[in-house]
Design a protein around this ligand. Structure first.
Ligand code: M6R
Length: 610
């Protein structure tokens, strides 16, 4: 959360900073700011609200100079106000600093600084760090930053400038990503390489506790004790999202990403399905056939939508590979001490590859000596780099805060992994080939599912005024019920709950009345009759029912108030196809309620704080 961009070079800094922030706005969008330097002066501009507010402010009050740092904020400490926006400056105005992460011991440090006479001008944890750097600063910025960071507990990605050293930017990271960019007209710093596309040619990813110093023509990275660090310089191209991150003709990124799903699925499968051996192959798993055969348990860990994909993965691995799976929220798993034996693999799922809890869970598993794998979308992200092996989604950049194509691509990759593991065990080549055939047909099935959009608009118009919605499904569609509810609540602010359809009798059915619609996931399959009975139970209590059902299913039409048809696919792929109407329903309802679909309130795309 929060995005940092810095530039020092031979062109005006503020256009570079504003463009970089635009690309990082997914990391936080409640306020933004920048500081530039000319000669011996710092020019500070910051504004609460979206980046557009800062743009207007800078247009009216230009920030001159070829060196600067900037920030887009997702508030942790202190509300979204001008004064809490970054950069923060020292009392004398000689140090400016931007920060991602959380300074956990900020209260104690603040007390000490206040006792020594420092006046605070914001409610942030970050301001503490700025005053600490100023306290140690005697003409050597990197030394002052190192001393200040030695006192800090928590996580940080920072960029700092000193009035007395124009042209110098110092950065450091612990738990929040930071990448140095090297270009022909200067050097850069950012929390995501995508901010530097078209500016820098090469990048250097900082590791935790490293500190970097950038000038117009030079850069260096040092370890926490300021000894030179060994780093690798890589082409930026390898780390840029594969795909176009413009909205094209779509009014929102979310809608574009929903419609990209057939292509995203094809990309996730490209070169990975092997009909000759009726299996799948992955370049980056880094596991030999023998190690694979020995896996006797998988722990999947993730947050949010990725957690829901993992829950689908549990059903897939158990059915196709007969490997027991446990799925755990990363935020819980990181603090547990579960017995994990030698042949357990920990699999982290994440779109961004930067989610703080997922990263911490992965690190804790590695520390205990377990093999860690990741299913990840963002190339070069912290989790992609730190896992022992992994599989990229190749879904292209996902910009809308509500995850859509990453979810369906994750389920697709999990299906291929289950096939791969299954083929080292009991799954026959004929069964394996069936799975391959089903997967190959999936992009077209999703394309067909998208044809429900007009029907979804009608349904959305009827239910946009609801204040509570239940989402109900069973087996493979139970995790999708959770995901459908999450989509609706995060972008429309309607309270929604996902439940196993039969479990609702044990409590949530008390919520049902004529104003509480239930969305039933009821395509044809093994538990169809059971779900139909659950639907009747809701109808009997006067609850309106919206059903996502197999095209042409007359039984469902006779019971449900509104039916949205999806094409038939095997049960284990239903979460992918049935995700489409749920994504569209959330989108259309949010739209009709006037919500900001791509940037819902209080959220950020990448959750890099605990
Ligand atoms: O990048 P990750 O997949 O690790 O992100 C996990 C969650 O933060 C994310 O899925 C979040 O729940 C989305 N807003 C859901 O749409």
């Amino acid at each position: 959360m929060c995005g940092i961009v810095g530039f020092t070079g031979r062109r005006e800094a503020s256009p570079v900073l504003l463009e970089g922030l635009r690309r990082l706005e997914y990391r936080g969008y409640d306020s933004a700011g920048l500081v530039t330097s000319t000669g011996n002066e710092l020019h500070l501009r910051k504004k609460a609200g979206r980046l557009a507010e800062l743009r207007k402010h800078v247009a009216a009050h230009p920030a001159p100079g070829c060196h600067g740092i900037s920030h887009t904020r997702w508030a942790t400490h202190g509300g979204a106000t001008d004064r809490n926006a970054h950069p923060h400056t020292s009392t004398a105005g000689d140090i400016a600093l931007v920060h991602n992460g959380v300074i956990e011991n900020y209260a104690a440090l603040k007390q000490q600084l206040q006792a020594a006479g420092t006046q605070f001008r914001s409610d942030t944890d970050t301001e503490v760090l700025c005053h600490l750097v100023a306290h140690y600063y005697q003409g050597d910025l990197i030394g002052a930053v190192q001393k200040a960071l030695a006192l800090v507990k928590g996580t940080y990605g920072i960029a700092v400038m000193a009035k007395g050293e124009p042209g110098l930017i110092v950065g450091a990271r612990l738990g929040s990503p930071l990448v140095v960019g090297i270009g022909t007209d200067g050097t850069y710093l950012a929390s995501d390489a995508n901010a530097l596309a078209g500016f820098a040619d090469k990048v250097v990813y900082l590791s935790d506790r490293q500190i970097c110093a950038l000038t117009e023509t030079e850069w260096e990275v040092r370890d926490h004790d300021l000894a030179p660090a060994s780093v690798s310089v890589q082409d930026i191209g390898a780390f840029l999202g594969d795909g176009d991150s413009d909205k094209g003709d779509f009014p929102h990124y979310m809608l574009k990403e929903i419609y990209e799903q057939p292509d995203a699925l094809a990309n996730a499968m490209r070169g990975r399905l092997d009909s000759a051996d009726s299996t799948a192959h992955f370049g980056g798993l880094n596991l030999g056939a023998q190690q694979l055969r020995q896996i006797d348990r998988v722990i999947m860990t993730a947050c949010g939508t990725s957690y829901h994909a993992a829950l689908v993965g549990e059903y897939l691995f158990e059915e196709l590979a007969r490997v027991p799976v446990e799925v755990e929220y990363a935020s819980e798993f990181r603090y547990r001490n579960p017995p994990i034996d030698r042949n357990t693999v920990v699999l982290a799922l994440t779109q961004s590859g930067e989610t703080a809890d997922t990263l911490a869970a992965l690190r804790e598993s590695k520390r205990m000596g377990h093999t860690t794998l990741a299913i990840c979308n963002a190339v070069g992200s912290s989790i992609a780099r730190e896992a022992d092996g992994g599989v990229y989604l190749h879904a292209g950049p996902e910009i809308g805060v509500a995850s859509t194509k990453a979810f369906t691509s994750q389920v697709c990759v999990l299906t291929m992994l289950a096939l791969y593991l299954g083929r080292t065990r009991h799954l026959s080549s004929i069964q394996g080939q069936h799975v391959i055939d089903d997967l190959r047909a999936l992009p077209d099935a999703v394309r067909k599912a998208l044809e429900c959009h007009d029907r979804v608009k009608e349904v959305a118009a009827r239910y946009a005024g609801a204040t509570n919605v239940l989402y109900l499904g069973r087996q493979y569609l139970y995790p999708l019920a959770l995901e459908g509810a999450l989509k609706l609540k995060e972008i429309s602010y309607i309270h929604a709950e996902g439940y196993p359809a039969a479990e609702m009798k044990h409590g949530p059915i008390a919520l049902v009345d004529e104003n509480t619609p239930s969305v039933f996931l009821v395509p044809r399959g093994n538990v169809f009759d059971k779900v139909m009975s659950n639907m009747q139970e809701i109808k009997a209590r006067g609850g309106p029912v919206i059903a996502v059902a197999s095209a042409g299913d007359r039984d469902v039409v006779s019971v449900a108030d509104d039916v949205i048809a999806v094409p038939d696919v095997p049960e284990y792929l239903q979460p992918v196809v049935a995700a489409v109407p749920l994504q569209l329903l959330a989108y259309e309802i949010a739209l009709s309620r006037g919500c900001d679909v791509d940037k819902p309130r209080n959220l950020a795309k990448s959750v890099t704080v605990e």
